[in-house]
Design a protein around this ligand. Structure first.
Ligand code: ATP
Ligand code: MG
Length: 393
C-alpha cells in the first residue's frame, strides 16, 4: 500500500445538487482529468461523494494539487495515505504518518478525529479516534495529545474498502464544474476587470469564449500580445478557448467624424456590444460578459449602462457590478491576472477618448447620432474581419 500518492478531493456545492448530483460529479471528475492530462500515471475516480486521485510517486504531487485546486467545483484537497479498514492496520499507518510529520515539521502534539463512512464498520467513530490515538502515543513516544490546540489534527476516515489518514487541506475555489452552465462571450480588454469577470462566470460553470477589440495601428501588437497572455492565464482555469480579435478603428473613425465628441465612448461601447453579440450568436454563446462596475467610469454610470444594454438583446452578465475596486484588485491578485493586467499598454478605449464624456446619455439622442452611421454595415464588416486566436492555458 501507499506506493502512490493519494489525494482526496471534496466537491463543495456539487454535493448539494440533489438528483443531478451524479451528473455534476461526473463533470467534475472529467474536468479534473483534463487538468491533469499532462501528468501521465494519474487515476481520477469518484467514490462515495468524494473524488480520489492516485498519482505515481514519480510525479510532482504539489503541481498536481495546484492544478486540481484550479478546477471549479473543487472545495478542498487533502493528501492522504491509505490503510486496510482494520484498526491495527490503520494504527500502523497512522504511526508511520505521524513519525513522518515529526521529522518534517517537529510536530509535538496531535488529536485524532475519526469518521466512519462505512456504518458497518464494527467500531463507532469516537472509539476509533481513541484507539488510533492510543496507538500513535505508543508508536510516537515524543507526541502528546492536545484536544484544544493540536499541532496536527489527524483525520481517520474509514470507508468501505479502505481507510484514509490525512491532515490539513488545500482550499479550492468552489463553484461548479465548467460546462454545467452554458457558454458566455466575454468582452476581454487588457484591464484588471474583465478577466476577473470572466473568471467569476466560469467559476459558476460557464464555458467562455472571448472577443477583444483593438485599434491598430493606434494600439500596438504588443498590447494585443498582453491580452493573449492574460487570456492564457484565464485558460489555465477555463480550459482552451477561442479569442475573436477585431479591429475597431474603422468604426471609431466613423463615430469621430459623424457624431458629437462627448458621445464617442458610449457609442463605441454600443458597437462593441453588438459585434460581441453577433459573434456570440455564431458561436453558441448565450450571454455576454463584461467587467463593468457601477460608477467606475463615465461609461459605467447607471444611465450609461442602460443605454449600453439597449444595444443588444442577449443578457449581459456583469459579475463585478457591485464590487469595490479594491476587492476586484484583490481577486485579480488571487487568480494571478493582476500583474499582467497592470502592464502599461494602450487600449482601444483610450484612443479618441473625449475630453468630457457624457455621463448621463439619453437613448433617443444616442439613436439619433447612430442614425448618421450605417451601423449594420459597420458591424457586419467588423465581424467579417475577425481574427481567431486559439488560447491555451
Ligand atoms: P477593464 O479593466 O476590464 O478594461 P475598465 O474598468 O477599464 O474595464 P472600460 O474600459 O469602460 O472599463 O470597459 C468596460 C468593459 O468593456 C470591460 O470590462 C470589458 O468587458 C469591455 N471592454 C473594454 N475595452 C475592451 C476591449 N478593448 N476589448 C474587449 N472588451 C473591452
Ligand atoms: Mg479598460
Amino acid at each position: 500500500m501507499n506506493e502512490e500518492n493519494i489525494l482526496i478531493v471534496r466537491c463543495g456545492e456539487v454535493a448539494l445538487k440533489g438528483m443531478n448530483k451524479p451528473y455534476f460529479e461526473r463533470m467534475l471528475q472529467d474536468r479534473i482529468r483534463r487538468n491533469l492530462k499532462e501528468f501521465k500515471g494519474t487515476d481520477v475516480r469518484r467514490q462515495e461523494g468524494l473524488i480520489f486521485i492516485r498519482a505515481d510517486k514519480s510525479l510532482d504531487i504539489n503541481a498536481i494539487i495546484k492544478e486540481t485546486s484550479k478546477v471549479f467545483g473543487v472545495a478542498s484537497i487533502s493528501k492522504a495515505v491509505e490503510a486496510e479498514p482494520e484498526l491495527n492496520a490503520i494504527g500502523a499507518e497512522a504511526v508511520k504518518y505521524m513519525n513522518g510529520l515529526i521529522e518534517e515539521r517537529g510536530v509535538k502534539t496531535f488529536k485524532v478525529e475519526a469518521k466512519r463512512a462505512d456504518k458497518n464498520f464494527p467500531v463507532k467513530s469516537p472509539e476509533i479516534g481513541r484507539i488510533i490515538g492510543a496507538k500513535v502515543l505508543i508508536g510516537c513516544k515524543i507526541l502528546k495529545v492536545d484536544v484544544h490546540n493540536p499541532d496536527v489534527l489527524l483525520h481517520v476516515d474509514v470507508r468501505h474498502d479502505r481507510a484514509y489518514i490525512y491532515e490539513g487541506k488545500v482550499a479550492g475555489f468552489g463553484g461548479l464544474p465548467l460546462g454545467t452552465n452554458g457558454k458566455g462571450m466575454v468582452l476581454l480588454s487588457g484591464g484588471i476587470d474583465s478577466p476577473v469577470a470572466a473568471w467569476m462566470m466560469a467559476k459558476r460553470g460557464m464555458l467562455i469564449e472571448a472577443v477583444h477589440f483593438h485599434s491598430y495601428p493606434y494600439t500596438s501588437p504588443r498590447a494585443q500580445q498582453k491580452v493573449e497572455e492574460l487570456a492564457g492565464i484565464l485558460a489555465s482555469y477555463c480550459g482552451r478557448f477561442k479569442m475573436h480579435v477585431i479591429n475597431l478603428l474603422p468604426i471609431q473613425e466613423q463615430i469621430v467624424a459623424n457624431c458629437p465628441e462627448e458621445e464617442t465612448t458610449i457609442l463605441v461601447r454600443r458597437f462593441m456590444m453588438r459585434i460581441a453579440e453577433k459573434i456570440a450568436e455564431k458561436n453558441d454563446c448565450m450571454m455576454l460578459i463584461t467587467g463593468e462596475n457601477l460608477g467606475q467610469v463615465a461609461s459605467q454610470t447607471a444611465e450609461a449602462l442602460v443605454v449600453t444594454d439597449a444595444s443588444v438583446s442577449k443578457p449581459v452578465m456583469r459579475p463585478l457590478i457591485a464590487m469595490d475596486k479594491v476587492d476586484i484588485m484583490e481577486k485579480a491578485k488571487e487568480i494571478g491576472t493582476y500583474e499582467k493586467s497592470i502592464e502599461p499598454y494602450e487600449d482601444c478605449c483610450t484612443v479618441f477618448l473625449p475630453k468630457h464624456p457624457t455621463t448621463k446619455p439619453r437613448l433617443e439622442r444616442i439613436l439619433e447620432s447612430e442614425s448618421r452611421l450605417d451601423c449594420q454595415a459597420l458591424i457586419d464588416a467588423a465581424v467579417e474581419s475577425e481574427e481567431i486566436i486559439d488560447i491555451r492555458g
